[in-house]
Write a protein that binds this ligand. Structure first.
Ligand SMILES: Nc1ncnc2c1ncn2[C@@H]1O[C@H](COP(=O)(O)OP(=O)(O)O)[C@@H](O)[C@H]1O
Ligand SMILES: [Mg+2]
Length: 497
């Protein structure tokens, strides 16, 4: 390894009764992109705060450029060239890009008033260093999250950063923005900077890093060269659980289709779509954004109206003109963004779980039957292994994966025959993702017909019993997941070999 810019050893840190770090070690070489991975709560942010002088560790040593410290102050850390880009980016939204960039420089030079000519020069130089094109007079609040990050990175460079730490920088970025950020990270590396990139996303770790460290419950359980790491090992270290990769096969002899779609078309979205779905099947529909996949399921759920074609449920032509009609026909739909659509985050888990069956559970006088609600809640928390200490806690206290389970439970309480899921594990950590997949298979094996719309190819391959690939509004191919690889699927959905 190149000379190390940072080495920490045996770092321990407790908050009250919680031991967030239990003797963690980590070493980063000059010019290295190092991934710090771990599930939520594993201690990643706490470690960063120790490195950047925000928290004083209870034990351990920090070595920076060969110098030893038992702890650092934030100012010392900055002077040593350590810069953190936090999840909330620490930029000032009500100031302009230029002011954000030049402010610290001016303060460091002990100037009382900002010299705008000088500030503009500093700022334009800063953004040019990473090839970032932005209007320097724009107020930061009008910029995207991705652009704010680039401002924070430019500012870090102005302060002569040697090690830039990014705490889960991609969590609010689109795929395209992630690509652009990765290009900037590579540029920083080419200038000899070191990057500590925090993520719990497998693909990102493989794509960007040379070395990795994985934390689990405050301990580092693995570190090494990323090229020596495979997906299975990575997931094992992250979760401490061994997952089988198997394919789901629909039970044999499952009988008549519960859903039959014939020649369905919606101008500008999709055209001439036909398929059958039987109970126990999991149909995976994949395709790029804009392939028409979401519009198709939204039509089946009565949100959009098709121009032509027909839909039959259990052999009878069904007229689905509204969401109400869809639900009447036993169709459920979990949209892609569970957080904005469907959950009442400040309300109790219990209340969120029973909300769709509320009518059934209330007596004629409108009183809620407390016992029935308590029983229903208990049943679903158990069935779906929703990890919570108390169903009275607000839903927002649950992890993303567990919130997703609450959404599922609400639908399942409704006697569905068809359940459609759009991006069912988007933004969910690996352990919960596996649990949700297991649950989906269990539901299908129990006779539910399921449609999963997803561009997460490993997910589609693992869950579906049949895959339909959509491109430009048409089904271009049907595939058997047990005979399909991720690269075949990617080629088909993008049209790029
Ligand atoms: N300031 C704090 N006070 C109390 N507990 C904390 C504090 N910061 C972190 N923790 C706890 O320490 C553990 C690790 O948290 P964190 O470092 O934020 O994890 P990660 O960044 O990997 O998600 C969690 O259990 C968290 O609740
Ligand atoms: Mg964190």
């Amino acid at each position: 390894m190149a000379t190390s810019v940072l080495r920490v050893e045996g770092i321990a840190k407790s908050f009250g009764g919680v031991q967030a770090l239990k003797g963690v070690s980590l070493e980063i070489g000059q010019g290295e992109i190092h991934c710090l991975a771990g599930e939520n709560g594993s201690g990643k942010s706490t470690l960063i705060k120790v490195i950047s002088g925000v928290h004083e560790p209870d034990a351990g040593r920090i070595e920076i450029n060969g110098k030893h410290f038992s702890h650092l102050s934030p100012i010392e850390a900055i002077k040593l060239g350590i810069q953190v880009i936090y999840q909330d980016f620490s930029v000032f939204p009500n100031l302009s890009v230029m002011e954000n960039l030049a402010l610290n420089m001016e303060l460091m030079d002990n100037r009382k008033f900002m010299n705008y000519k000088r500030a503009r020069k500093i700022a334009s130089h800063a953004v040019a260093q990473i090839g970032f094109e932005v209007d320097l007079d724009e107020r930061v609040e009008n910029l995207s999250v991705a652009d704010r990050q680039l401002i924070a990175i430019s500012r870090a460079l102005l302060q002569e950063a040697k090690l830039i730490i990014m705490d889960e920088p991609t969590s609010a970025l689109t795929k395209k923005e992630v690509k652009a950020l990765f290009a900037v990270i590579k540029q920083l590396q080419a200038r000899g900077l070191s990057i500590l990139f925090v993520s719990h996303k497998l693909d990102e770790v493989f794509e960007i890093s040379e070395r990795y460290t994985i934390l689990r419950s405050g301990e580092n359980v693995a570190s090494g060269n990323t090229v020596d790491l495979d997906r299975k090992t990575f997931v094992y270290h992250m979760t401490g659980r061994q997952f089988e990769d198997t394919h789901y096969e629909a039970p044999a002899g499952i009988g008549q289709p519960v859903l039959s779609v014939k020649g369905l078309s919606l101008s500008g979205a999709y055209s001439d779509i036909s398929f059958d779905l039987a109970p126990g099947e999991i149909l995976g529909i994949t395709g790029l954004l804009g392939s028409g996949r979401t519009e198709l399921v939204e039509t089946l759920f009565g949100i959009l109206k098709p121009d032509s074609g027909n839909i039959s449920i259990k052999g009878k032509e069904a007229s689905i003109k509204s969401v109400k009609d869809a639900i009447k026909h036993g169709i459920g739909y979990v949209p892609a963004d569970r957080l904005t659509e469907g959950l009442f985050l400040p309300q109790a888990i219990r209340r969120n779980l029973v909300i769709s069956v509320l009518d059934q559970l209330s007596s004629r006088l409108g009183f809620l039957r407390t016992r029935a609600i308590a029983e229903t809640t208990k049943k679903w928390i158990q069935n779906l292994s929703i990890a919570t200490k108390n169903p009275e806690f607000p839903v927002r206290t649950l992890s993303g994966g567990n919130q997703q389970k609450v959404v599922l439970a609400r639908w399942l309480a409704n006697n569905l025959s068809i359940l459609m899921l759009n991006g069912p594990t988007m933004g969910v950590d690996i352990g919960s993702k596996y649990d949700i997949h297991t649950l989906i298979r269990k539901l299908a094996a129990g006779g539910l017909a399921i449609i999963i719309v997803s561009d997460d190819l490993p997910e589609v391959l693992a869950c579906a019993s049949r895959i339909l690939v959509m491109r430009d509004g048409a089904f271009i191919q049907e595939l058997d997941p047990s005979a399909t690889t991720e690269s075949m699927l990617s080629e088909l959905s993008t049209g790029i070999a």
